[in-house]
Design a binder for this molecule. Structure first.
Ligand SMILES: O=C(O)CCC(=O)C(=O)O
Ligand SMILES: [Fe+2]
Length: 284
């Protein structure tokens, strides 16, 4: 019997007693709704092949390849491999792989003209300790803003790029390093729930439209202080066979990045979007 249970305060929901391979549309509908209601959805105890994972992921929207080509699965470009090839030929830990997603709170794809709707991970190997993923609710961040700041932010656009203020990224191929910055409203109305969230990624935001450098830096620093509301966080402790999907339109996340590097922590990862083929091509 399928069971759907809330996890953290204001964020996170867990589904048990289901095999996602066998779900029909009627079985999927409450799962999708629970995800919209709780931003992060965990399905436990799944045994999946890559095709199963892709098929289930496509129920949430088109699955698109991630711009980091170096970490794509060789046969399935839509699959990003997390935690694979962590060591170079000399046996040194490659930090960009080991610490992927651990640099700070973020939302995936803010550098895209149409940011990823969702990101979904499937756990193949879990370390004996550490390696959690932390989540926080972007609606709660918006709700926590003082009224004066909410008013000031209406219609304000942020400028985002792959490398943010720091420039390039070690995971991108050389020819992909030059990323044209894109604009997104800082206050984002979710297209499906109609709720407002603070759309913000401190690592990817470069500037704010029509603000001078000093004002922009000050606003970015101020927004950072509202992102993570203690009453709206969830920390996921991975079990092998977990599927976790997060809504990038209304949540932030970061990897703890603190597991023993000699142990395996391996996930298949997909980026899910809901735009048409044209926009997808410009984003790739
Ligand atoms: O590995 C994780 O826990 C999350 C990494 C991350 O930020 C991502 O996959 O987008
Ligand atoms: Fe991420």
């Amino acid at each position: 019997m399928m069971d759907i249970r809330c996890l953290g305060p204001q964020i996170g929901v867990e589904v048990t007693g289901v095999d996602v391979k066998a779900l029909d549309d009627a079985g999927f509908a409450p799962i999708y709704q629970a995800w919209l209601d709780h931003n992060i959805l965990i399905v436990r105890d799944q045994e999946l092949e890559i095709e199963d994972f892709l098929r289930y992921s496509r129920r949430f929207g088109p699955v698109v390849p991630h711009p980091s080509k170096s970490t794509r699965h060789p046969e399935f470009p839509e699959i990003t491999m997390l935690g694979i090839n962590k060591f170079d030929a000399g046996g040194n830990l490659i930090e960009a792989i080991y610490r992927r997603g651990a640099e700070g709170w973020h939302t995936d794809g803010a550098y895209n003209e149409r940011p990823f709707k969702a990101t979904q991970l499937y756990a193949l190997a879990v370390p004996s300790r550490g390696g959690d993923t932390l989540f926080a609710n972007g609606y709660a961040a918006y709700d926590a803003l003082p009224v004066s700041l909410k008013q000031r932010l209406e219609g304000v656009m942020g400028i985002f790029s792959y490398g943010g203020c720091r420039g390039g990224s070690p995971l991108l191929d050389k020819e992909d390093q030059e990323w044209t910055p894109v604009l997104h409203p800082i206050i984002r109305t979710h297209p499906e729930t109609g709720r407002k969230s603070l759309y913000f990624d401190p690592g990817k935001i470069v500037d704010i439209v029509r603000y001078d450098r000093q004002e922009s830096d000050a606003l970015i620093a101020e927004l950072k202080t509202y992102m993570i509301q203690p009453g709206a966080e969830y920390r996921h402790k991975w079990r092998k066979g977990d599927i976790v999907i997060w809504d990038n339109r209304c949540s932030y996340h970061r990897a703890a990045g603190d597991y023993p590097p000699e142990e395996d922590r391996i996930h298949w990862r997909v980026s899910i979007n809901d735009y048409g083929v044209e926009a997808r091509e410009t984003a790739e």
